[in-house]
Design a protein around this ligand. Structure first.
Ligand SMILES: C[S@@+](CC[C@H](N)C(=O)[O-])C[C@H]1O[C@@H](n2cnc3c(N)ncnc32)[C@H](O)[C@@H]1O
Length: 262
């Protein structure tokens, strides 16, 4: 039981790899049996269709989120289509390197890159107290939020941390030309001590919120703010909520002192 629990806590992308591996073994085994019993000589297409079907049902058995079923079903078929179209392998290498540099360890963090909008950056600045602040954007992407914040709040110290190399590089170049006072670091925000900041701005994903909340509660000072764009902390009522005209997504604002035990 404990083993099953630790398996279900594994990152979904690793479970998906496991599912495709097992599905391949089952599909290859079925084809081998068909040949041994002179029943049928399967083609590559049959092997891949079998793999897709096995992977589909395995993902249901392992209770993966429902969209994984369709990814598992389509993945071997996409391989078959790519082989049939004889696409040069160098295209895949370039695609792999580009997506790797952009999304990096998303298979572990479950937080992909997608940018927030300018209206959000301005609104967040308007929510802050009018004094010198230490601001950290965690998962700073291309750096637009931090750069805008430095322009709107020139008295404050603004920093961004990003785990994926390509967006980090873009943010570094942008800062050099637009806002040299902003510091962008390449790294994991989980290793940063939040105690050094008055505002943590996050635009992450639902998967990251529970751990982020534990970290914020244990490290942040009572008067400091955690602002999460789009994704609320599950089960915690926000101090304040901000809605936007250009965007259905909201900002959830948490004044940390309200949630810390006295
Ligand atoms: C949804 S994007 C938001 C980008 C940017 N904050 C914005 O508002 O446009 C989330 C970003 O967080 C980064 N990220 C995810 N997990 C991270 C981690 N543990 N440490 C640092 N960055 C992380 C991702 O690489 C991605 O660029």
């Amino acid at each position: 039981m404990a083993k099953m629990n630790s398996f279900s806590k594994a990152p979904p992308a690793l479970i998906a790899l496991f599912v495709q591996g097992i599905a391949f073994v089952l599909a290859a085994g079925s084809c081998w049996l068909a040949i041994q019993f002179d029943f049928y000589f399967p083609s590559l297409a049959v092997l891949l269709v079998l793999q897709a079907v096995f992977a589909y049902f395995l993902s249901i058995a392992l209770q993966m989120a429902h969209w994984w079923r369709y990814i598992h079903l389509l993945f071997p078929l996409a391989i078959w289509a790519a082989l049939a179209l004889q696409i040069p392998t160098s295209y895949f290498l370039v695609g792999f390197l580009l997506t790797g540099a952009l999304f990096w360890s998303v298979f572990l963090t479950q937080v992909p890159f997608y940018p927030s909008k300018p209206e959000v950056w301005v609104a967040v600045s308007g929510l802050l107290p009018g004094k010198k602040l230490r601001i950290l954007e965690i998962g700073s992407g291309l750096g637009n939020f931090a750069i805008r914040m430095a322009q709107l709040r020139p008295e404050s110290y603004v920093e961004g941390i990003e785990i994926a190399p390509l967006p980090w590089l873009v943010s570094l170049i942008q800062a050099k030309f637009i806002a040299p006072s902003v510091r962008f670091r390449l790294g994991n925000y989980e290793k940063v001590n939040f105690a050094h900041y008055d505002l943590i701005f996050a635009y992450l994903s639902p998967a990251a919120m529970p751990e982020l909340w534990k970290k914020a509660l244990s490290e942040m000072a009572g008067e400091s703010l955690l602002i999460s764009h789009e994704f609320p902390i599950p089960g915690v009522h926000e101090t304040q909520k901000k809605t936007f005209h250009s965007d259905q997504r909201q900002c959830f604002i948490y004044q940390i002192g309200q949630y810390q035990a006295v």
